[in-house]
Design a protein around this ligand. Sequence first.
Ligand code: AGP
Length: 584
Amino acid sequence: MCGIVGCALRRRASDIIYGGLKQLEYRGYDSAGIATLSKGQLSIVKRQGKVRMLESCVDDLSGNVGIGHTRWATHGKPSDVNAHPHSAGKFAIVHNGIIENFTELKQKYFPDVQFLSDTDSEIIVRLLDKFYEGGLLPALKKVASLLSGSYAIVVICTDYDGIAAVKYKSPVIVGRGADGNFAASDAPALAGLCREISVLEDGDFALIDCAGISVFDNDLNPVERKIRPNLATPANLELAGCPHYMLKEIRESPRAISNTCAVFHTAEGELKKICGGVNRVILTGCGTAYNSGLVAKRYIEQFARIPCEAEIAGEFRYKNPVIDENTLVVAISQSGETADTVEAARLAKNSKARVVAVTNAPYSQLTGIADVVIPVAAGPEICVAATKSYAGQIAALYLLSGVLSGRDLTESLLQIPALCAQTVENTDISAVADMCARSSGVYFLGRDIDFAVALEGSLKLKEVSYIPSEGYPAGELKHGTLALIDENAAAVVVITGERLAGKSKNAVEQVLSRKGKVAVITCLDGIANELKDRATIVKIPDCGEFLSPLISSVALQLIAYKVAVTLNRDPDKPRNLAKSVTVE
Ligand code: AGP
């Protein structure tokens, strides 16, 4: 996490860097800093807190060349001193990633030096200063060769009127603009500045000055990297009248579903080829992406009758999984950059499995590994809490289950965007939000596919409200969790299928009899009528059991959003979190 941006311009750099950092804040927001270079002099400001803490200093930073950073702390607490850029001698650097061997490197090269910060990143600038002999790129190459872990590094040096970059397992894009040239972690930083971007590959170096961008491979031979359109534009990054990105993005869920369906054909031909003879499917991802995999497991087993597992990517990659050339591994990731998911996909590829990526980021690391990419066309998602991308992932995975089962399921999705929009606009969740906001803990319950959605509802609530919450299969309640229920606890029970409605109702009764408060999210009139006097009912449109996650999840997202706002939390930037988890 962490967002980095650097530029060499024909105008002052600091305000452009500041604007870029604001757009990258979803990657981390516990401290930020900018360094600029003017007439061979470095100026640096860095502050604990959000990027706006730098606003008052931007005018004091002169120079047309600079780098900036917004941080999500891994090593070293959030503080002014641990904020990037870090500097030594002629250099200032910003870093995204983790240097796993920084302690060994420090002991070896600087045993008696007192470092200024507690970060793993400071070693990079110390080493640059140590090995620099007048050539920026050779020094950067030498330093990169010593580092273990992951890194996107952008450097300024008082001897060079530009910036240099190197990357390994953390993203760097470069772009040419009207006012000069840029490097950044992600496309939103360059929205409105560059219409086109190139994505650096692992081991690439770049030298960027006002006149141009030169990219080199790991042996410092010049290479060309594909030029692609910058899909992030000022228009699609706007709040569009919404108070928060979370609400804006929940409202965009219907479009995420319809757009994802509309582009599915781009992958369909290749998918049909790759799915032939598959005898096992593994869906892997983290957080919300894993939760969408849990929903899709149900689709694949139901429609294709192929054994299917959903695996948390950070576990899957270390468990020596049984996979072979007949296994289909589906890596799900909004960002396409989540370290665990990328490594899980790499492991699958190295084990000769067939690998499909389901991602909202068409140029991400994950797309470089996968045999086939199923695009999630949700558009840029800025809020740390994933919402519309979950909807897009489920739509994409549903259609994948159609390919695996030899059926075209497109038609069954046609009505969903309208029902989803109806849910977004008409569902009154205020009473449930109020109940959750006043509870000591909220337990999300459901059975079968409703349980998968319950897990996502719980993740969303805890993430943006900080209220302790768990998702449980409704039947498991009596095997332990019931001990947590008292008059201060609340349960949100999802009931969308007649088949298991009676069973889930039992869980409602169990919570009520222990004085817990209950809300029921349901499309079933019978359940709503039976429970309306004892529980808060949220009625949602009925679209059948299997597609219900595309509707019920929206109600749960709205609840989480409302609770966050009620409790005065920032739903877009929850404490301690960042959107793209590019480190372990
Ligand atoms: C969701 O609200 C979370 N912020 C988080 O769980 C997220 O889904 C997870 O980090 C995976 O991210 P990815 O989809 O970009 O891989």
